[in-house]
Design a protein. Structure first.
Length: 103
């Protein structure tokens, strides 16, 4: 597994050290995780089964949404990392639905 990991990344030793650290010393959930779980629980009330694809969309929406309050108030997590998808003012779901409306 370590050899295969070496084909995907150049810092194998650092990755192995982090994974080992997480296995030996599990971290507690942060308030950020609890906030995301709160959104997910609402989704689970509406949908009986939440597929991996739907969960991925919810996570994408979460990471693209600016924070309006709290300690991390301000730009979205992706914007803080410098990841810019576009200078589009539309909501993320409008951008995803646009190709469907064109058909």
């Amino acid at each position: 597994m370590r050899a295969q990991l070496g084909t995907w990344c150049s810092n194998v030793a650092e990755v192995v050290a982090w994974v080992t650290s997480l296995i030996e010393h599990p971290r507690r959930s942060s308030s950020l995780v609890e906030a995301f779980n709160g959104r997910l629980r609402v989704l689970q009330m509406v949908h009986r089964n939440v597929s991996d694809h739907l969960l991925a969309l919810v996570a994408l929406a979460w990471n693209l949404s600016p924070r309006l309050e709290g300690k991390r108030r301000g730009p979205s997590p992706y914007a803080r990392l410098g990841i810019d998808f576009a200078d589009d003012t539309r909501r993320w779901h409008q951008i995803l639905l646009e190709p469907m409306d064109a058909n």
